[in-house]
Write a protein that binds this ligand. Structure first.
Ligand code: MG
Length: 342
């Protein structure tokens, strides 16, 4: 078995700004596992919000390479349980390993993963397209440039939130969801903002307040005229019982959960509490976006636009046409490296 791990810089098509910070590029970690002439691809998108970094992610993956080399991939649940114990601070590293193994398993069984999980791609909801924080004119321009996308997710959390939404409503009537990324710190003010947003054809509000402010979030959610979706407050399965009844739904991401199998468990838990399921992403290439898309038929809301934000996606996988996710019928994740002609 050959395992390789590398860090690769991905440049963004536009500077990406959210309430927490700003960036022009993203360093993700890529993993390949080659065994019996089958190559499985995996990707990790380390996020400093969760104390992750590319170097720590690479170290985590390296720490289990000997274990993986000896592992029987037919015992995938056993492998997962072992990795859950060993890698507990870099969930994205587990996500990369999970993806690569499942890609390998799908390829060895010659079926796309959605088939393997018994899911129908026709049931995938339309994905939103995210607009990062920028000057109001630039945000309007981006919405116009992506006018073919049916739903927009607008990043908010500045002192110009109302101006931004009013300006965007001048250029589109499409549904809008907003993501505050924990930026609102006063519950009364947050409620006023949501009451204002409710008149603007807004689908839901994602993570309005910091994850630490659970009591204030409960107060807000009880009074909010719009559904509230947890993102930073719902990292993995164990967080869900703590926020049931507080939030209307959760944004599940492979990178937070630690992979596809853990995300499936989160979906099951959240559904048992009648919570809505959103499937989201970080800034990721077509490897991780395609991986998430295989379980997307189970979601109520999709936000899998990470690869569209890249200037140059080195991989090919799902296609997104007018918000509709289209799987290749290739086995496993259905991804391949793009041929770059030099
Ligand atoms: Mg979010």
């Amino acid at each position: 078995m050959k395992i390789s791990v590398k860090k690769q810089r991905l440049f963004l098509a536009h500077n990406w700004t959210i309430a927490r910070g700003s960036s022009d590029y993203k360093d993700n970690v890529f993993l390949t596992i080659e065994k019996d002439n089958i190559v499985g691809y995996g990707e990790a998108a380390p996020n400093s919000r969760y104390n992750e970094s590319p170097d720590k992610t690479i170290a985590s993956i390296n720490s289990v390479i000997d274990f993986l080399k000896e592992a029987d991939f037919k015992d995938y649940q056993g492998i997962k349980l072992h990795l859950d114990k060993i890698i507990n601070d870099q969930n994205c590293a587990r996500a990369a390993i999970d993806m690569a193994i499942l890609d390998w398993i799908g390829k060895s069984k010659k079926m796309p993963l959605y088939n393997y999980f018994g899911l129908k791609p026709e049931n995938i909801p339309l994905t939103s397209y995210s607009i990062g924080i920028d000057t109001i004119t630039n945000m309007q321009k981006k919405v116009e440039e992506f006018a073919h996308m049916p739903i927009f997710k607008i990043k908010l959390g500045t002192n110009k939130d109302r101006e931004i939404i009013s300006a965007i409503r001048e250029v589109t009537n499409n549904p809008i969801r907003v993501d505050i990324n924990e930026a609102w710190k006063l519950k009364e003010k947050a409620l006023e903002q949501i009451e204002w947003l409710a008149g603007k054809n807004i689908e839901f509000v994602e993570q309005p307040m910091p994850s630490k402010m659970a009591e204030e979030s409960f107060w807000l959610s009880e009074r909010s005229p719009l559904p509230i979706i947890a993102d930073e407050s719902a990292v993995s399965n164990k967080d869900i019982p703590l926020i049931k009844g507080v939030f209307d739904g959760i944004n599940i991401k492979l990178m937070k959960a630690g992979g596809i199998l853990e995300s499936l468990e989160m979906i099951k838990t959240a559904k048992s509490f009648d919570m809505k399921i959103m499937l989201g992403c970080m800034i990721e290439t077509s490897i991780a976006i395609s991986a998430a898309a295989h379980i997307a038929p189970l979601a109520d809301y999709i936000d899998l636009d990470g690869s569209l934000l890249l200037a140059n996606d080195p991989y090919k996988g799902i296609e997104i046409i007018n918000g509709r996710i289209i799987h290749s019928d290739l086995p496993g994740l259905g991804v391949s490296e793009k041929n770059i002609n030099k």
